[in-house]
Design a protein. Structure first.
Length: 179
């Protein structure tokens, strides 16, 4: 079953790669979404803050209950909105980027902002750093370059997402929405 999913992911990357072969890869470093018509650049998004929740519960439970930390992003939606359920991204990079550090996180959308859970902490279990709503992705290196092709392993449901390419700066990434 998992080999069939891997086969489909590799085939879909190959088909999309073939569709955009006649369009040259952009030379400027950045994140792009690739389609049959070419490449569209996605802007880098920075966190507008950080919030914690559960401190009171943790204090009342003598540290058993967990405190959660979330990164906040302005606005209920990203500027970049796409119609397809499985976009293909190309990270154009001058430096070598590990394919293992790429992460796709689904935002929790609120009235006037978006949130991405980053960590949980308790006095008994310590701090667990993770992006709670991580979506599996397939990452392939383009031949003879540092560029990476990033494709979600499955169709993305409608919503807002953050594509992280540098875990040391996990609060900054490329935000986009899927209609």
């Amino acid at each position: 079953m998992k080999y069939a999913a891997l086969f489909l992911a590799v085939c879909s990357v190959g088909v999309v790669w073939g569709l955009a072969q006649d369009k040259p890869v952009p030379a400027q470093a950045g994140m792009y979404i690739r389609s049959a018509s070419g490449y569209t650049r996605i802007e880098l998004a920075y966190s507008s803050g950080f919030k914690t929740s559960g401190l009171g519960k943790s204090m009342l439970s003598y540290g058993v209950a967990k405190i959660k930390g979330k990164w906040l992003y302005k606005g209920p939606s990203a500027v970049a909105q796409f119609d397809g359920p499985r976009p293909t991204f190309v990270l154009v990079s001058l430096a070598d980027v590990s394919a293992q550090v790429i992460a796709l996180v689904k935002f929790d959308v609120k009235k006037d902002h978006r949130e991405a859970q980053y960590c949980e902490a308790s006095a008994w279990s310590g701090v667990k750093i993770e992006d709670r709503d991580t979506v599996p992705v397939s990452v392939t290196r383009m031949p003879d370059s540092n560029n990476l092709i990033i494709t979600p392993a499955g169709d993305l449901p409608a919503g807002e997402y953050l594509l992280i390419a540098d875990p040391a700066k996990g609060y900054q990434g490329y935000d986009f929405g899927v209609k």
